[in-house]
Write a protein that binds this ligand. Structure first.
Ligand SMILES: [Zn+2]
Length: 296
C-alpha cells in the first residue's frame, strides 16, 4: 500500500529552514514510495499559535512549490478541511473520554517546579519524568489541573527507518503522559496520536528531536485501539553551525527573510537540501529535483 504521511508545522513562528529540511524528507520519502502527503497545522497550543503565522506558513509553502495531496493550502484558507488541530477539539475530547471510561485518566495538580523537585537527583537527567505523585489522589478532572494518562510499564520496540531497531520504555522516560494541560490545551502527544490515527497516517517522517517521543505515542495509539503503529523515519536536525553560518551571511534562516533578501525558491530548496545532508554543496534545485534525490 502506498503510504500516507504528513507535514505538520506549528504556527508558533515563521517557516524556517528546519521546516524546509523536514518538508524535503516528507515529500521525498512519500513520492519515492508512491505515497501522498497530508498537511496538518498543529495549533493545539492556543497561547502560542497565531493565525498570521499560519497564513504566512501557507503562503511560504505555495511559494516553495511544495503541494500537499490532502488538505491543500487553499482548503485551509477556505476553512474547508479537517487538518487544523484547533478545529478538532471534539476528536481529542472523545479520545480522552474513552480512556477515562477505562479508569486510565487522572487529574494532576503538580506544578513543573514540584515535579522538578520530586525528581531531582534522578539518574536520567535528560528528560523530566513525572513520578506519579497524583496517580492515586482521586482529584476531580476539572479545569485548572492537568489530565494525565496512567501509562503501562510496557517496553516498546519499533524499527525506525533511519535509526534501525529501537527499544523505549516510556514509563521510565517520561512517566504518566499529560493529555490536557491546566489551561485546557490538549497536549502535543495526545493531539498528534489522535490525528495520525483518524487521518490514517501510516508513515511519520520527522526530526530527531521527536525520536524519544515515539514509544509513548505507540503506547497511547495502542490504548486508543490502533492495531499497528505507523512506520517512523527520524532524520537529523539542521546543524547549529550551518544555521549560524547562514545567519551570518544572510541575516536570517527564516524563509520569509530569505524571500525578502531576493532568494528564489530553488535557492532555498537547494540550501535546505544541503543543510539536511542530501547534497554535498548548495545548488539551486526545483522541488522535482529534490524528489529525485530520494528516488535513487
Ligand atoms: Zn501531579
Amino acid at each position: 500500500m502506498p503510504p500516507l504521511t504528513r507535514f505538520a508545522p506549528a504556527p508558533t513562528g515563521y517557516l524556517h529552514l528546519g521546516h524546509v529540511v523536514n518538508a524535503l524528507h516528507v515529500w521525498g520519502l512519500a513520492r519515492a514510495r508512491g505515497g501522498r502527503v497530508l498537511l496538518r497545522i498543529e495549533d493545539h497550543d492556543r497561547q502560542r499559535c497565531r493565525p498570521d503565522y499560519e497564513a504566512a506558513l501557507l503562503d511560504d509553502l505555495d511559494w516553495l512549490g511544495v503541494v500537499p495531496d490532502v488538505f491543500p493550502t487553499s482548503a485551509f484558507r477556505a476553512g474547508r478541511c479537517d487538518g487544523r488541530q484547533s478545529d478538532r477539539h471534539a476528536h481529542y475530547a472523545r479520545a480522552v473520554e474513552t480512556l477515562a471510561a477505562r479508569g486510565l485518566v487522572y487529574a494532576c495538580a503538580c506544578t513543573r517546579r514540584e515535579i522538578e523537585a520530586a525528581t531531582s537527583g534522578a539518574p536520567d537527567a535528560g528528560e523530566l519524568r513525572y513520578p506519579g505523585t497524583c496517580r492515586h489522589r482521586g482529584l476531580p478532572l476539572t479545569d485548572g489541573v492537568g489530565w494525565r494518562l496512567t501509562l503501562p510499564d510496557d517496553t516498546v520496540t519499533f524499527d525506525d527507518l533511519a535509526h534501525g531497531p529501537t527499544t523505549q520504555t516510556p514509563s521510565a522516560q517520561c512517566g504518566d503522559l499529560l493529555l490536557r494541560d491546566r489551561l485546557g490545551n490538549w497536549t502535543y502527544q495526545l493531539a498528534v496520536v489522535v490525528d495520525d490515527l483518524l487521518h490514517g497516517i501510516d508513515l511519520v517522517v520527522r526530526g530527531d528531536d521527536l525520536f524519544a517521543s515515539t514509544g509513548r505515542q505507540i503506547l497511547l495509539a495502542r490504548l486508543l485501539g490502533r492495531e499497528s503503529p505507523p512506520a517512523f523515519f527520524h532524520h537529523g536536525l539542521v546543524m547549529q553551525t550551518s544555521t549560524q553560518k547562514l545567519s551570518k551571511s544572510d541575516g536570517a534562516s527564516g524563509v520569509r527573510d530569505l524571500r525578502a533578501a531576493g532568494w528564489t525558491p530553488a535557492r532555498v530548496l537547494g540550501h535546505a537540501a544541503h543543510l539536511g545532508g542530501l547534497i554535498p554543496t548548495p545548488r539551486d534545485l526545483a522541488i522535482a529535483d529534490v524528489l529525485d534525490l530520494f528516488a535513487r
